[in-house]
Design a binder for this molecule. Structure first.
Ligand code: NAD
Length: 283
């Protein structure tokens, strides 16, 4: 049986540390970190994420602001709100919950956010900083994966890492984070030929494809560290990852469960980026 990586516990540890640092920041410099979230439309999953972020802010002692806008909100109106938040001294970080409705250009929205306040780490400035080896705000989900590997003292240097999925929010930033730590990184996607042959090379295998249980046991190298980013709801209502968990347990040395693995780390890293933003902006 592999060691189960407990993302829920690590996320709580990180939040406890952030709560302490927030208290100190308040006491020593009078700064209260502020995070704002903008939600356009009424996508149920987005509503759950936004509620989670608000609760997490309250738990660690941050100021939180929320903007709930109707789905027919114009891009201009949204850009106005972003402009206001860029100038708002109480708010050190903010994000627009994605996806936004189709009539709004996601790129235009992300690029309008002041990179210092882009705590999702999606602005091209922050992406560029990461790719040039001098990261500022890092994308939260891949940063959460790195945090899990570090807290479990899993060696990264020199390891063969394979990522399945090349999205802008998970796969691509994770390439750089693993590379920065001296892993040999391979990225797979829908056009990869003979996926099992590539995944079987992985000493660290990250599944971020959004395809329920697509990584079977025979695609995993013996002793691999298996990180499952996928969150997929089956017709039965059951939540599963991209990895066939029971199968993978026959091979892996470490594995993240779904739920309770990578998922809880994303908000923890968002809080950390916001705390960092508050410490730097108010210097
Ligand atoms: P995405 O759809 O933007 O990207 C998926 C990537 O996987 C693409 O690059 C695609 O080429 C690749 N892919 C898809 N099917 C494949 C296949 N059969 N073989 C090889 N490659 C394949 O998805 P995303 O936004 O990166 O999210 C991926 C998964 O991670 C989803 O299940 C999502 O819900 C989950 N997710 C979880 C968190 C979290 O835990 N906090 C955050 C973000 C995403």
């Amino acid at each position: 049986m592999p060691a189960i990586i407990d993302g829920k516990k690590i996320s709580q540890d990180v939040r406890d540390e952030i709560r302490e640092k927030t208290l100190r920041l308040k006491g020593e410099r009078g700064i209260v970190p502020g995070l704002a979230v903008i939600l356009v439309g009424d996508d149920p999953a987005s509503q759950i994420y936004v509620r989670g972020k608000k609760n997490a802010c309250r738990e660690v002692g941050f100021l939180s602001k929320e903007f709930r806008l109707p789905s027919d909100t114009s891009e201009t109106k949204l850009l106005d709100i972003i402009d206001g938040l860029n100038r708002d001294h109480e708010i050190h970080g903010f994000l627009v919950q994605l996806p936004v409705p189709e009539h709004i250009r996601t790129d235009a929205i992300i690029e309008a956010i002041d990179p210092r306040k882009d705590v999702d780490g999606f602005h091209p400035y922050n992406v560029g900083k990461l790719f040039s080896g001098n990261p500022y705000h890092r994308a939260c989900t891949p940063a959460g994966i790195m945090e899990l590997l570090d807290r479990y003292e899993i060696e990264i240097k020199g390891k063969e890492a394979v990522i399945v999925g090349r999205s802008n929010i998970v796969g691509k930033p994770l390439i750089m984070m693993l590379l920065e730590r001296h892993a040999t990184v391979t990225v797979c996607h829908t056009r990869t030929k003979d996926l099992p042959k590539v995944t079987r090379r992985a000493e660290i295998l990250v599944a971020a494809a959004g395809k329920p249980e697509m990584i079977r046991g025979d695609m995993i190298r013996d002793g691999a560290v298996v990180i499952d980013v996928g969150i997929n709801r089956l017709d039965t209502g059951k939540l599963v990852g991209d990895v066939a968990f029971a199968d993978a347990c026959e091979r892996a040395s470490y594995i993240t469960p779904v739920p309770g693995g990578v998922g809880p780390m994303t908000i923890a890293m968002l809080l950390r980026n916001t705390l960092d933003a508050a410490s730097i902006q108010d210097k």
